[in-house]
Design a protein around this ligand. Structure first.
Ligand code: ATP
Length: 238
């Protein structure tokens, strides 16, 4: 299903105003300086922040429409969400966190646990399946959050810096997990600070500055022709 978003959100002094479309099975990477509104954009699509104008649609399904006063609660959007503060259930194990969504959808306990263990192995956390989430490191919790986001067969994926604190090998594994989920026809919005993630994973790159899209296109094309000083710096670092 096509993810179709026009998100206008007021947050403090920041006005976010972005339109985007992510086709089924495609990845849109979102980059931008700190405070440019990347997390706010994901939160708006997830339904955690109300739109002051615009809409969020998945295929024919309208998740939010500001003009109509329509706002479906986050839990009813059936999206796979891994935001920056993880928000894992701290008292539950990594396995229980990943199995939570499928269980809520009626998957039997043994099957949900087995699927969770397989996903945790995929993100390099097989040995931490029984670890309580509040005893995981930041990077480990982030990987559990990604596994949890893809576990519940979401209709779209929203991942905020899923590869942030990972070493190269682990990064590769987690990218693979995201790629496989997307290959099932799921559109994904992925916030990253690293151009390499965009180059390796994304079909399109959207650059946000001060709440607005300042450049978008194929990642390699954006990197080859930076429109702003920020994009120039990112391209030079990549
Ligand atoms: N809960 C909140 N309440 C009010 N303002 C907020 C809140 N969260 C973020 N903001 C403000 O909204 C603006 C955008 O923040 P946001 O987190 O979306 O940026 P970002 O591009 O994701 O930044 P970073 O790269 O640092 O994660 C910032 O000015 C921030 O201070």
């Amino acid at each position: 299903m096509m993810l179709d978003v026009h998100a206008r959100v007021q947050r403090g002094s920041l006005t976010l105003d972005v339109a985007l479309r992510v086709p089924p099975g495609a990845v849109l990477a979102v980059m931008g300086p700190n405070g440019s509104g990347k997390s706010t954009l994901l939160e708006a699509v997830a339904g955690l922040v109300p739109l002051t104008a615009g809409h969020v649609r998945l295929g024919d399904d309208v998740l939010a429409d500001a003009a109509a006063g329509h706002h479906r609660p986050p839990a009813q959007r059936r999206l796979g969400v891994a935001l920056q503060d993880g928000a894992l259930f701290g008292h539950l194990s990594a396995r229980e966190n990943v199995a939570f969504g499928p269980r809520a959808q009626g998957v039997r306990a043994a099957a949900a646990r087995a699927a969770a263990d397989a996903l945790l192995a995929d993100v390099g956390l097989a040995e931490h399946a029984r670890t309580r989430a509040d005893r995981l490191s930041g990077g480990q919790a982030q990987r559990v959050a990604v596994a949890r986001a893809v576990a519940a067969r979401p209709r779209a994926l929203l991942l905020d810096e899923p590869f942030g604190a990972l070493d190269a090998g682990t990064r590769h594994r987690v990218r693979g997990v995201v790629r496989r989920a997307v290959a099932a026809g799921v559109p994904a919005l992925v916030v990253t600070h690293d151009l390499r993630d965009a180059l390796e994973l994304a079909d399109e790159l959207l650059v946000l500055e001060a709440g607005r899209a300042v450049q978008r296109g194929a990642p390699a094309e954006v990197a080859a022709a930076p429109a702003t000083a920020y994009v120039r710096r990112v391209a030079a670092a990549g």
